[in-house]
Unconditional design. Structure first.
Lengths: 199, 199
């Protein structure tokens, strides 16, 4: 039994990565979701070690200093990051680990864990992207323009990824990612040691 | 619609590549089998342009000289080879092309068509390989030893391939290859031009 795969899913806002990840986790029990650490307060119903690892500011900065995070960012004064230990332990056990993350975070991870599989989720078209951003409903025209502009600049980062999945149908997108995982498990470079043992 | 994929399937004798390829072609109408050219005489029931392109010695050597073959070999005085035009035309049309070929041929193709997907089929174990070679039935002990030895040296070439599929179950092996094709169609490097057009 080899090591698990780290599957990093990202893409612009409005691409639908959250829904795809949820569907993937529901139907693939061998895939674990990575759990982020954060310094923000738990909201109603959120549990430590399930939704997030809730830790204090000092401990978070200590983790940064010690290199214990695969990536991190500060958003509105709160830290968010991916604890390395939780991911690595699961991979060593042979579990695949799924990480849904923004593009900046994904690129930080790529520097630290090159064996990861980096998947970029795209909306089916520009029009669809625009209408998904608008349909979130809560934003002003100004916000929509800003979000759209940043989505466009994010899409230009796709070239730094390994795979791109176009989310024109959730089930098809999910199956694309399942195929990617299955194919990656057939990569000679991943299984070469095992083959040497067998033959 | 992008270009099709060239899928090169090879592996040691007794790995079961023929059966897997047949099954793949039956259930994937978008995949075309490559047709080899040969200088040997057609056998009963063999059709030109279906089983092989039957051509004469001079024409074959002319194709070699002009670089019209992706690979070729001479076996017991007859030439066998893969005409480039047939493969390239199908790929340009968007068809995937499947090529079942020995390891030497596969490595020749890799030099000429790097974008190909090189899949190595392995038997589930050494014992199984031995018993499959023996069960072919027609060979002497000497032949069996020779075949086994050459299978072992062929297996050491696996590192030159992209993917390895272990044939412990024909349907699973077939599905592995289908997943590889699906994943390859999601590779950023293959679809980047198309994305630039869409966004």
């Amino acid at each position: 039994m080899g090591k698990g795969l780290l599957i990093v899913i990202s893409g612009p806002s409005g691409a639908g990565k959250g829904t795809i990840c949820k569907r993937l986790l529901e139907t693939n029990p061998q895939i674990m979701a990575s759990i982020s650490a954060t310094t923000r307060r738990p909201r109603q119903g959120e549990e430590n070690g399930v939704n997030y690892f809730f830790i204090d500011h000092d401990r978070f900065e200590n983790m940064i200093t010690k290199g214990d995070l695969l990536e991190y960012a500060k958003v509105y004064g709160n830290y968010y990051g991916t604890p390395k230990d939780y991911v690595i332990e699961n991979l060593e056990k042979g579990n695949d680990v799924l990480l849904e993350i923004d593009i900046e975070g994904a690129l930080q991870i790529k520097e630290k864990y090159r064996e990861g599989i980096f998947v970029f989720i795209l909306p089916p078209s520009l029009e669809e992207l625009k209408s998904r951003i608008i349909n979130r409903g809560t934003e002003t025209e100004e916000d929509i323009k800003k979000r759209y502009g940043s989505a466009m600049s994010e899409i230009s980062q796709v070239i730094k990824y390994d795979y791109v999945v176009i989310n024109d149908d959730i089930d098809r997108a999910k199956e694309d990612i399942e195929a990617i995982i299955r194919a990656e498990n057939c990569k000679v470079l991943r299984v070469h040691e095992e083959i040497k043992l067998r033959f």
